[in-house]
Design a protein around this ligand. Sequence first.
Ligand code: PLP
Length: 392
Amino acid sequence: MDLIYADNNATTQMAPEVLEAMRPYLEGAYGNPSSLHQLGGQAAEAVDQARERVARLVGASPSEILFTSGGTESDNLAILSALAPQSDKNHLVTTAVEHPAVLTLSEHLEDKRGVRVSRVGVAPDGTLAPEAVEKAIDEGTAIVSVMGANNETGVMLPIAAIAAICREHKVLFHTDAVQLAGKAPIDVSKARINFLSLSGHKFHGPKGVGVLYVRKGTRVRPMIRGGSQERKRRAGTENVPAIVGMGMAAELALRDGARQQARLAALRDRLEQGLLAACRHASVNGAGAPRIPNTSNISFPYLEAEAILISLDREGICASSGSACSSGSPEPSHVLRAMRVPYTHARGSIRFSLSRYNTEAEIDRIIAQTPRMIAKLRAITPFKKAESAKRS
Ligand code: PLP
């Protein structure tokens, strides 16, 4: 049975072109970019080229691109750079729907460092009002951190408008754009963004590499000290093969982005229409909101997501119940709770997230197989009772 991989917001398959680009740096071209000999020079050149490629993807200049170990580190570095322990500004404004990379850090800062945190809520469709963010900003605000697109629902947040508000209030702005790369255009030259996080493995690059875009003139306080790599902002020998891979992934995203995005939106729409038509009571979370084109979060009320996922997996379909980090936890997702999705619906929510490697035939197989599984699970759950109780 061929596997259908529909969990691309958790991680993606590496593009063959990425693997090919990395191969020389895993084999003979193993130099350390800091070494003065020719092997070192070759590695340094490869890192420079990757930096240029990522810079082009986001509309930055190469000197504004800092390589990290991934999205989580980039998010931490941005927020911690703005919230220095001795600073008079001690307030973080963020949202209730951020990835744990931001959310858990904000809780830690609140508990252990006495940072004031405002978590702005979202509307039932997952959208965020820029005015609500503006309202939360005060004299003590050091940084606003708002994600570009939500990893669970795909809902896009209005980062350009929020960047403009932050500029007006002279507050730093960070966006976790990990789920935007390759799925929507990103242009830091158009919006006043100070920090922007990316992760290689979310757009067909390798794992363990990320980027923090740092606007020229914005201060970085290093979390990792040591050598003078990354202009002393992030010490440690560069992960050259992974950096090269991320550079190639950026090149591919830039080259095929627009075409792939249109194709993904058509596949996503086909999936949603097919499942909603065949599964009574199913609904799409964030349906009316602007969304990245690859993500569909569907509630199958009165069912348990885990049971659905196991059934899907038996049929060779890989999906997820939301954030990979919260899968396996019995609590419904904090994102769906923030959208006020009823508990009965949030518990049975499945995220399908597609990529350039999914085909129409795969979507049709999901549409053909899922309703049967849902019907079977409903037959053994209290759904019928709940439904008849509602009718009476
Ligand atoms: N931010 C978002 C929105 C994500 O979806 C993820 C990964 O799930 C991360 C940050 C963390 O990225 P990484 O796995 O590279 O640390």
